[in-house]
Design a protein around this ligand. Structure first.
Ligand code: Y43
Ligand code: MG
Length: 204
């Protein structure tokens, strides 16, 4: 039987990136956009890792399939790490990317240019029925601009400037984002983790 994985996300931007990044792994990828009846997991954890584990374990138990969940967000130094785990709901429960960006820009209006460092953080939890859940993470460093630039990507990408590239995340082509992003850095760690898991599993 073909190997399958569910990526436990309802975020279309994330789903697209995972489908691209997993296209070199020989595994069939589904997301929660394919499972409208999936349990709506409340993100009650106090860290990205805890929330990723909650999402991955709930869905892997519901469908008895290996499940990977992503909990990610923007961590801004001058805002003491906010919006952090609250990134998706920063301007309210309805998860509005534009309102979230507006709130960050307003809060940072008096922050000088050389104090606008931030990072994107991504925690992935891998839940496999009958095995211990594992987490990995990745980060991407940048700076918060004063206005939006670029139309690619999703979420906070238009205000996240990457010095090395001289562009925002939303100006990068998707192939480039998928090489350097926090999500890409976390996904890079998966092949060796999965190999170890299945190798150890076969020893029993
Ligand atoms: O590459 C990214 N580029 C821009 N913004 C990003 C990125 N990665 C995460 N973010 C922001 C979007 C959202 O405001 C929050 C994720 O929140 P998070 O709960 O992990 O995802 P979500 O609720 O949108 O979907 P789901 O929980 O179904 O996976 O961080
Ligand atoms: Mg979420």
């Amino acid at each position: 039987m073909e190997k399958q994985v569910i990526i436990a996300t309802k975020n279309k931007g994330k789903a697209k990136e995972f489908e691209k990044m997993f296209s070199t792994f020989h595994i069939k990828v589904k997301t929660l956009l394919d499972f409208p009846e999936a349990i709506d997991v409340e993100e009650t954890g106090s860290t990205f890792e805890e929330n990723a584990i909650l999402k991955a374990e709930t869905i892997s138990q519901q469908y008895n399939i290996m499940t990977i969940a992503d909990d990610s967000g923007l961590v801004i130094d001058a805002l003491d790490g906010r919006p952090g785990i609250y990134s998706a709901r920063y301007a309210g429960e309805e998860k509005n990317d534009e309102a979230n960006i507006d709130k960050v820009l307003a809060e940072m209006i008096d922050i000088p240019n050389d104090d606008r460092s931030a990072k994107f953080y991504c925690a992935l939890a891998i839940a496999i029925p009958g095995k211990e859940t594992i987490t990995v993470s990745g980060t991407c460093e940048g700076e918060i601009l004063r206005e939006r630039k670029g139309n690619n990507g999703f979420g906070y990408d238009p205000i996240f400037f990457i010095k090395d590239k001289g562009q925002t995340m939303a100006e990068l082509p998707s192939e480039e984002k998928n090489r350097i992003s926090h999500r890409a850095k976390a996904v890079d760690k998966l092949p060796s983790i999965l190999q170890n898991l299945f190798f150890l599993g076969d020893q029993k």
